[in-house]
Design a protein around this ligand. Structure first.
Ligand SMILES: Nc1ncnc2c1ncn2[C@@H]1O[C@H](COP(=O)(O)OP(=O)(O)O)[C@@H](O)[C@H]1O
Ligand SMILES: [Mg+2]
Length: 278
């Protein structure tokens, strides 16, 4: 066992607090443990404000430090300490190690740059050995199901529909061949019909590329499809974790039970549960 590879991601007692301008301090994540093996997926569910995005963003050190205070007994990616990484190591971690797809593609795409420019920049940075990054960019647009990819490559983000922008985001995230994809409510902002397509695309690409994934959602209906394991967060803490079967089959925390009692359809954006007043 000692020769076995370390987990892809290993977190022990991760704590994240935000210090505002005044005296108030928000403890967004309060002691989180997670081991993710290479190729494994975990779904993270929890209502708005439970610390899901803060946890996700902290992994590639994307939170605004020092306003965000991150502490952990262990915070490792492929056996290397994330807090100890220098800027060069962090740059390679972002993109080639951990890539993100967020809820709002418009906040992640640069509005003044053509799709081609953004993809090619990412490829130059993370795969400098590529002889023809433009051809690779085109390949990825086709790969994520964008029709007329050659002309879309020259488009600006606002010329694309929301669903197409999200496909571009997925292409941007995956073209650098990350070991871990973090999808933070990737379909919440999209039309119902498009949600299904984007979800299917993510599931298919993950399988094909053998990537690990952290899939953040507050929709229990899709947890089974995207992950083997699930972690339920509530007010900054992990209140329940296990295999999808365990957690969905025998939920113990009131929040999980309440979630299960009103499993939303794909098109419902369920931020807060009226039940229990949690
Ligand atoms: N940049 C930030 N500055 C201050 N507080 C923040 C910041 N980001 C998140 N928070 C706070 O941290 C808590 C967790 O937020 P978040 O991780 O975004 O929750 P979730 O993704 O589960 O909806 C919330 O109370 C939120 O207001
Ligand atoms: Mg969030």
């Amino acid at each position: 066992m000692s020769s076995s590879k370390p987990p892809l991601l290993s977190l022990r007692d991760l704590r994240i607090a935000f210090q505002g301008a005044g005296a108030q301090r928000v403890e967004a994540v309060r002691g989180l443990d997670l081991d993710l093996q290479q190729g494994e997926s975990v779904a993270v569910v929890g209502e708005s404000g439970s610390g899901k995005s803060a946890m996700a963003l902290s992994l590639a050190r994307l939170l605004p430090e020092p306003a965000a205070q991150i502490q952990a007994q262990r915070m490792e990616f492929e056996g290397r300490s994330i807090p100890a990484m220098n800027e060069v190591q962090l740059q390679s971690l972002r993109g080639a190690g951990i890539a993100y797809v967020f809820q709002e593609p418009t906040t992640s795409l640069n509005p003044v740059l053509r799709v081609r420019t953004q993809l090619v920049e990412a490829l130059r940075l993370h795969r400098p050995q590529l002889a023809d990054p433009r051809a690779e960019a085109l390949h990825w647009l086709e790969r994520v199901g964008i029709t007329e990819a050659a002309s879309r490559l020259e488009a600006y983000p606002h010329e694309l529909s929301g669903g197409m922008q999200q496909r571009v985001m997925i292409a941007m995230a995956l073209c650098c061949r990350p070991r871990l994809l973090i999808a933070d409510e990737p379909t919440t902002a999209l039309d119902v019909t498009i949600q299904r397509q984007i979800l299917d695309l993510l599931i298919e690409l993950r399988r094909e590329l053998g990537m690990s994934m952290i899939f953040i959602t507050h929709n229990l209906a899709i947890v089974r499809e995207v992950a083997q394991r699930v972690m339920v967060m509530w007010r900054g803490e992990v209140v329940e974790t296990g295999t999808v079967e365990q957690v969905l089959g025998q939920p113990t925390h009131p929040y999980t039970k309440a979630l299960l009692h009103c499993v939303p359809r794909l098109d419902q954006n369920l931020d807060r549960l009226p039940v229990l007043g949690l």
